[in-house]
Design a protein around this ligand. Structure first.
Ligand code: PHE
Length: 450
């Protein structure tokens, strides 16, 4: 039997799926995937990303689920409970809490952009503009003070949800939103497929040009695989600590991974035909999607209706993701540090607000600011790159070493199999990947990048 939980659990099976999918699906799929794929050459990036999802993402997700559910503890408490005499493993928790707050900071900036575009499109201000006008509108927005205000507003909204607790806040929010967003995405994919640039867009996304693979493409794809599955920082571990014992872990992992990859590919199919139709550069980076989406919405009939709806859903999808990244630190502070939930939420949001404002200013007043240790990055890029491409894979590597080598084999097997449906051979494949494949692969990629 696993440890008796000392806190609330997710009430229903659908609640478990809604929460994990809600965490996984978000700006990572719709904003970050197209921008990273664009920068890293499209098809080759997509191909490597999918390989990483399968051989790193799936096993590490199962490991996080097994660790969280078997201990019912937070990302630091879990390792303290399993290996009390080996404090080294708590480093996983430290990486997790730190990168959770780092991601929350820069992610809130982009979520703030979705709020701006929700209101702008609701007022009808993007309708009837040329691509150039939209471009200068976006430039004027990002270089002003409004992104800072939206970042703060978004974090306050996030605070109001998380302070209400695990079940009420998270479960209800995720239940309807994620499916609705997917339907909307599918509708717009069809629209993109009818654009004149569709063939170019699709061949950019789906035709891998393997000569373009460089170490930076590989590390970018690995980072994206971890980022988009909310992996390597104990986020899924923390959520799994709220799973009831009857939740089938491998099946839940499969559903989460499937929907996550599907959403990313849909976002690519939505964005790239438009990129080539309207003459954007796929290499534009973090601003790409926010330039392309308004251009799409000014062209479709009923854009005045679709645009605010889309940005609103994107905002909600971001919220279900930021709820999950906030929970990592909050679970630790409340379970291990004896803090009240209210105080813990306040602390996490306060730190994220300070860092988030710095990230928001990286598109304007601090665009040229380079801190000594950060080198070529501005603050936003530093937070984005370091957390996704360094800390998450590092955390993922340590988690797979722990689950593969340190965790009692029997515990892992029991967590990954269900009494009615013995996935035992699948569990052995996962255990094998965790022991021999994922850690070595991540290490090799890190070394190759030095
Ligand atoms: N997976 C989320 C997304 O794709 C981002 C995220 C990263 C959420 C890390 C939680 C933890 O948007």
């Amino acid at each position: 039997m696993s440890e008796k939980p000392k806190h609330q659990l997710f009430a229903t099976r659908i609640g478990v799926i809604a929460a994990t999918v809600g965490s996984a699906v978000g700006l990572g799929n719709i904003w970050r995937f197209p921008y990273e794929a664009g920068v890293h050459g499209g098809g080759a990036f997509l191909a490597i990303y999918i390989v990483f999802i399968l051989i790193l993402g799936v096993p590490v997700l199962c490991a996080e689920f097994a660790l969280g559910r078997s201990t019912h503890r937070n990302v630091l408490g879990c390792f303290r409970q399993l290996k009390p005499a080996q404090p080294f493993w708590r480093i996983i928790g430290i990486i997790g809490v730190t990168s959770g707050i780092m991601i929350l900071s820069f992610y809130s900036v982009i979520a703030g952009w979705t709020l701006e575009y929700f209101f702008v499109s609701l007022r009808g201000d993007i309708a009837g503009n040329s691509t150039d006008e939209l471009h200068s509108m976006f430039g004027a927005f990002t270089t002003g003070m409004r992104p800072v205000i939206w970042t703060i507003v978004f974090l306050l909204i996030n605070y109001c949800v998380i302070v209400r607790g695990v079940q009420k806040g998270v479960e209800r929010a995720s239940n309807v939103l994620t499916p609705a967003l997917m339907v909307l995405l599918a509708v717009f994919c069809v629209n993109s497929l009818m654009m004149p640039g569709a063939a170019d867009g699709l061949s950019f996304l789906f035709k891998p040009d393997f000569s373009r693979i460089t170490p930076s493409v590989v590390i970018g794809a690995m980072g994206q695989a971890f980022f988009s599955l909310s992996l390597g920082l104990g986020c899924m571990l923390t959520y799994a600590s709220y799973f009831p014992d009857r939740t089938p872990l491998v099946r839940s992992a499969a559903v989460t991974v499937g929907l996550d990859v599907f959403t990313a590919i849909m976002a690519g199919v939505l964005i790239f035909p438009a990129v080539f139709t309207y003459g954007f550069s796929p290499q534009e980076g973090p601003t790409l999607v926010f330039e392309v989406l308004p251009a799409i919405f000014t062209q479709v009939s009923g854009g005045w209706f679709w645009a605010p709806l889309f940005f609103f859903m994107l905002f909600l999808a971001s919220l279900t993701s930021t709820i999950s990244m906030s929970e990592i630190g909050i679970a630790w502070l409340t379970q291990d540090r004896g803090m009240s939930r209210g105080k813990a939420c306040m602390l996490v949001i306060a730190i994220a607000m300070v860092c988030g404002v710095a990230c928001a200013l990286s598109f304007s007043y601090w665009a040229g600011l380079r801190l000594p240790v950060i080198g070529e990055f501005n603050i936003f890029n530093f937070f984005d790159y370091t957390s996704s491409n360094v800390l998450l894979p590092l955390g993922g590597m340590l988690i797979s070493v722990f689950a593969g080598w340190m965790l009692d084999r029997e515990v892992l097997r029991r967590q990954l199999t269900t009494p009615r449906n013995a996935f035992s051979s699948l569990a052995s494949v996962i255990a094998f990947l965790l022991r021999y494949v994922s850690p070595v692969m991540i290490l090799v990629i890190f070394i190759a990048n030095l």
